[in-house]
Design a protein around this ligand. Sequence first.
Ligand SMILES: *Cc1c(COP(=O)(O)O)cnc(C)c1O
Length: 387
Amino acid sequence: MTNVPLLDLGPQNRALEAQFEAAFRDVLRSNQFIMGPRLEAFEQDCAAFLGVKHAFGVSSGTDALLLALMALGVGEGDEVLIPSFTFFATAGSVARLGATPVWVDVDPHTFNLDLADAARKTGPRARVIMPVHLFGQSCDLDAVQAFAAAHKLRVVEDAAQSMGARWKGRPTMSAGDFGATSFFPSKNLGGMGDSGLVTTQDDALAERARILRVHGMQPKYHHREVGANFRMDPLQAALLHLKLPQLPGYNCARAGNALFYHSALKGRPGVAENRPGADKAAKVLLPVDFSGQGIWNQFTLRVPGGRRDALKAFLTARKIGCEIYYPIPLHRQECFAGAGYRGGDRVPVSERLAGEVLSIPIFPELTPEQRQWVADSLADFASGKAE
Ligand SMILES: *Cc1c(COP(=O)(O)O)cnc(C)c1O
């Protein structure tokens, strides 16, 4: 039995340890612990990496979403279309501004926003659509932009799980009015604490967001509107700056692991790809990168037939880390119950996925033995050998 954690940050960060220590010393001796050239240098390289005009570091991915919505003037009375199957922050940022999330269903194969359902639920108060590029796979950016134009909506891309992912060559975070990502340690570009990034191609929106990042202050001690402290630490920026050039390599290694799982499990009894028309009798469905340019933040299986928890227990017994992202669709969260938000009565795919999904190890530094053990174990389960 080979121990396989769901995620091990050790090897990746150990490889850069000496450089991290030097960067820490540099920041320490600079005595500049807020804003400044180290943050700006990181921001510039992020903008170049993403092919966007403006990128600025913020305190977290959640705050990146919040700041983007604030800069668009979203507030009470406004509706924001969001998928019900995503991490909480997507909805939390909307609710915190007094705006109203509208729950939109997702596609059962990409796990991303279903625009046909969004069309049914777009009402006169809708102002923004927030596509989430879930698990590292970009939404169809062309379709999202066409949808937004047709319905006169602004777009905020939740790219917390997709920095480096592309749709037909276009990077996520470059298509919306704003893009937002996260450097939470488990993301593909993981920091040593909390931070995030906001992007935009629009000069006026960039200016507004920049001012709101520092209490709406412009010039010093003059406040035209109420912002907050959404700053990213230069220490965090300096550390992440060392990892940024490695991101394509990390993403490639994840894609290599995904490819391995597919080739190791192809044609095995009980295994199929999670595509339209997949074998109804399959016990384990493998995720497909329909965009072809995803970054595999998660490798998320579907286990139909009420057997997901059995697979989770089986893998856990074999010392293979796994986790349910996400067990409760957002419209069912206690804090939103009774809020009167629309759309939650018709999100059948989100409801079904919450009971079927299971994410397995995909991090870049998985060893050949580890991923073989995962694949063998999945094959055992899918063939019924486990029972
Ligand atoms: C991680 C994540 C966020 C929030 O990022 P934090 O940096 O943890 O605040 C938002 N949306 C999605 C989809 C995420 O996965």
